[in-house]
Design a protein around this ligand. Structure first.
Ligand SMILES: O=c1[nH]c(=O)c2[nH]c(=O)[nH]c2[nH]1
Length: 286
């Protein structure tokens, strides 16, 4: 039997790191979850157990903590790029670094007091390789939104298994996972994030929807229209079904007022919207 080693990478997943910036009495907090992953000369460790080219995952974790102390944690994309470039340039056996960061928001409740932001999480995935090329994908997840009207769904295929009634007015709710690819270096990841997030929300709220697929496209299109620095948006939109409860057993009508918010199953609508001239994504989405 002849076998060979396929694609592989190794790193420390989910290093939870909280950085407190103590510049005077008013503190700032960054709460992040850092995952690093390296690839390169990894044949020997797999084939012979020779660890000479391995940067231990424990060291990768320590580097994240040390960099937080040395550089602070600013925009997650910048912190991720700092780490990825460090790993690739510091050891010749490391050819490629992938750094993924999730950021959990805290709102100020006092000079040194904070309240955890709802469920929404800001994300990024950065790659850097030995040729010096970088890619940056920013994003968000668990942005839960709901329209109480302005949503229809009808005109779909009907076969012997179809029971879904067509509707011209329904609740449309989803928990947005969005990721967007930057074309090159973005000057301000903070501003870019706020603009993109707002564009997604504006399109969700402002689109009269005939399907969640149509809403998905409108959200991606709006983000690309207002954010010249990004070239592709990928969205995953679970359709959080709100089912009108039958109140007729109680002699009550129900004109779209009382719903069962179903947990599962849910429709899952996924898609990408990109510029016609978007450059090749290379390893950005890996
Ligand atoms: O917006 C929708 N898209 C679908 O594809 C679909 N399928 C379904 O049952 N309900 C919906 N809603």
């Amino acid at each position: 039997m002849s076998v060979k080693l396929g694609p592989n990478r190794y790193g420390k997943a989910e290093t939870r790191l909280v950085h407190v910036a103590r510049e005077g009495p008013v503190h700032r907090v960054k709460d992040v979850n850092v995952s690093t992953s390296l690839s390169g000369d990894t044949e020997a460790v797999h084939l012979t157990g020779d660890n000479a080219a391995v940067l231990p995952t424990d060291t990768q974790k320590n580097t994240a903590y040390a960099f937080a102390r040395k550089h602070g944690v600013g925009q997650i994309e910048e912190f991720a790029l700092l780490l990825a470039r460090h790993f690739v340039t510091s050891h010749p056996s490391i050819h490629h670094a992938r750094v993924e960061i999730e950021e959990y928001g805290w709102n100020r409740a006092g000079p040194h007091s904070f309240v955890r932001d709802g469920g929404e999480v800001r994300t990024c995935v950065v790659h850097h390789d030995r040729q010096g090329d970088s890619t940056v994908v920013s994003g968000l997840q668990d942005l839960v939104v709901l329209n109480t009207t302005g949503s229809e769904f009808h005109g779909y295929i009907v076969d012997e298994y179809t029971t879904l009634p067509p509707t011209r007015d329904r609740v449309l709710a989803t928990a947005v996972t969005a990721r967007w690819r930057h074309t090159g270096e973005t000057a301000s990841y903070a501003q870019s994030y706020e603009r993109t997030r707002q564009a997604l929300l504006d399109a969700f709220a402002g689109t009269h929807s005939r399907s969640l697929q149509q809403t998905l496209y409108a959200m991606g299109e709006r983000a690309l229209t207002v954010c010249p620095e990004i070239c592709e948006v990928r969205l995953a939109l679970p359709n959080k079904h709100h089912l009108v409860v039958d109140l007729s057993p109680f002699g009550l009508d129900n004109d779209n007022e009382v719903f069962h918010a179903a947990d599962r199953p849910y429709g899952l609508i996924e898609g990408s919207v990109l510029r016609e001239d978007a450059p090749d994504a290379r390893f950005a989405w890996e």
